[in-house]
Design a protein around this ligand. Structure first.
Ligand code: NAD
Length: 498
């Protein structure tokens, strides 16, 4: 795709002093500006409760950009596009003042009424802000209007429906950009290309040739300062309902008839609709939960989840989930998709392993060597690339086989880091491309799948902690695959440059 400049826009950033704005949004906006992609006709109103002057806020933005060690030449010019408005989103009076500043900047920057409302704040405010934006005339604009919201979108299906109705009272579905930052990752976007631009994979991409697919998302960090949020949500709501199911849908969807937002979404939704529903009584057959105890990470002892700040010492919240998903359609019937995600894992990693079926007859086994199955590994982070595992002949006077890896690493090709997910997503929002955002139907089907699991778990106290920090989760997660005759491919052996 050729990058085009973004249109004139006014961004109203709610939660301007928060962690997300600081770590992701300012550096990503600056990257776009630095590359000359962001139009000079842009202005940002930073909105938060505290009192800051425009100047203080600009220094705040500058600090956040500098912390991430980016080129600084254009920083002085960049921050002049930022303005601050102290505002409590629950206080009706302050919307009028905010509206005055928005109208003034719209004129000053000739933004043509184009407005992006970015809610980088706690989800409890999403409904209130959306309704107030309508009530106080912000959405009554001659340009485009877009609402950007962060996860989590609801806590279960019914709360998500309620939230959706509130925001839909002010914005149409096409104007809502629900962020799933996994969809901004380079190699997640590459899944489609690997599948649909290569003649060698698509014919094999089905239950005749694939035996199972494994998706592992691991963090080495614990809950850090997010104990309060995490206690309420856990790994199932925080990771599975959104990120993991999005990856499953990209891996399993049918080729879209065109690469348009609507066509791609419609294929993804079909996968989510085809997920084999898990009844509460069967949850233990398909899903495993875990919570970390003390352990060692990077040579250092780390505390158990129940010892973390703002966490209940008897917490029943899961920090790990493994699951087996079946997709009831012609292409995938009988192929398990195994997912696992957790905190305090042995490695920070996001990888997909596609395991192909064994060939019908092993001609080489007699010679004393066994054959390894062919694997296609998609490395999403920290490495970016793909690896194909094949069997070849050992050199010399022998017909024994040996496994080899064909590696492609993104870094080797570009020599530079690929853009941060948020940079790509902000670029899409500014240009009005909603392909890499979650449609309401996807949110609803995902909750529908996940709800019986969380309900079953809420009814039964788990035997936690059940895995040591620095491992890949509880034993039960290994048994989940062993029952089907499979095992998790050891992540550490799959790295690109091994
Ligand atoms: P945060 O707590 O660090 O920041 C919240 C911001 O909202 C602050 O600027 C605060 O001043 C403002 N705020 C709070 N109450 C307000 C009120 N009544 N009126 C006006 N402003 C108010 O939160 P965060 O970590 O930046 O997260 C923001 C959103 O992004 C959340 O939905 C979170 O789940 C999501 N998210 C965050 C991250 C991350 O890396 N931090 C990652 C993914 C998603």
């Amino acid at each position: 795709m050729i990058q085009t400049n973004t249109p004139a826009t006014l961004v109203l950033l709610f939660g301007a002093t928060g962690d997300l704005a600081k770590r992701k949004l300012y550096p990503s906006l600056y990257n776009l500006y630095e590359k000359g992609i962001l139009s000079e006709q842009f202005a940002v109103i930073g909105i938060a409760r505290r009192r800051l002057t425009h100047e203080q806020y600009r220094n705040w933005v500058k600090d956040s950009v500098e912390t991430f060690g980016m080129p600084q030449e254009k920083i002085g010019k960049f921050i002049r596009h930022f303005y601050f408005q102290s505002h409590d989103v629950t206080d009706e009076n302050s919307y009028r003042e905010l509206k005055g500043l928005a109208d003034e900047l719209d004129e000053k920057y000739a933004a043509n009424g184009n407005r992006i409302f970015y809610l980088a704040m706690s989800p409890e405010f999403f409904g209130t802000v959306a309704e107030s934006l309508k009530e106080y005339g912000f959405t009554d604009t001659k340009g485009f209007k877009r609402l950007v919201i962060e996860k989590p979108f609801g806590w279960d299906l019914s709360s998500a429906v309620e939230l959706n109705e509130r925001i839909r009272s002010a914005f149409s579905e096409k104007e809502i950009y629900r962020i799933d930052h996994y969809l901004g990752k380079e190699m997640v976007q590459n899944i489609e290309v690997i599948r649909f631009a290569n003649a060698i994979f698509e014919p094999l991409w089905n239950n005749r040739y694939i035996s199972n697919i494994q998706i592992t998302s691991g963090e080495t960090l614990g809950v850090e300062e997010r104990g309060r949020y995490y206690e309420k949500n856990g790994a199932l709501r925080d990771m599975v309902q959104n990120h993991m199911l999005q990856i499953v849908s990209l891996l399993a969807m049918e080729p879209p008839i065109r690469l348009t937002t609507d066509e791609i979404r419609s294929e993804k939704v079909k996968v989510l609709r085809a997920l084999h529903p898990i009844e509460k009584k069967d949850v233990h057959k398909y899903f495993v939960r875990g919570q970390y105890g003390r352990g060692i990470i990077g040579g250092k002892e780390v505390p158990a989840y129940r010892e973390e700040p703002m966490v209940d010492p008897n917490s029943n919240t899961e920090t790990f989930v493994a699951g087996k998903l079946m997709i009831d359609n012609f292409r995938w019937a009988g192929v398990p998709f195994y997912i696992r995600t957790g905190k305090r894992m042995q490695a920070k990693t996001l990888k997909i392993v596609v395991q192909f079926k064994d060939i019908p007859m092993n001609l080489y086994y007699r010679n004393g060597s066994s054959l390894n199955p062919n694997l296609l590994v998609i490395h999403i982070q920290p490495e970016e690339g793909i690896t194909l595992h094949l069997n070849v002949k050992k050199s010399g006077r022998t017909m024994e086989t040996t496994p080899v890896k064909l590696n492609f690493s993104n870094k080797n090709v570009d020599g530079i880091n690929t853009p941060e997910a948020y940079e790509k997503l902000l670029y899409d929002i500014l240009r009005g491309d909603a392909t890499n955002f979650t449609h309401w139907d996807e949110v609803a089907y995902s909750w529908n799948f996940v709800d019986p699991i969380s309900e079953a778990w809420a009814e039964e106290k788990a035997d936690f902690p059940n895995y040591a920090a620095g491992t890949f989760g509880p034993k039960a997660a290994d048994e989940l695959l062993q029952r089907d005759g499979f095992f998790w491919w050891p992540i550490t052996n799959l790295n690109i440059d091994d």
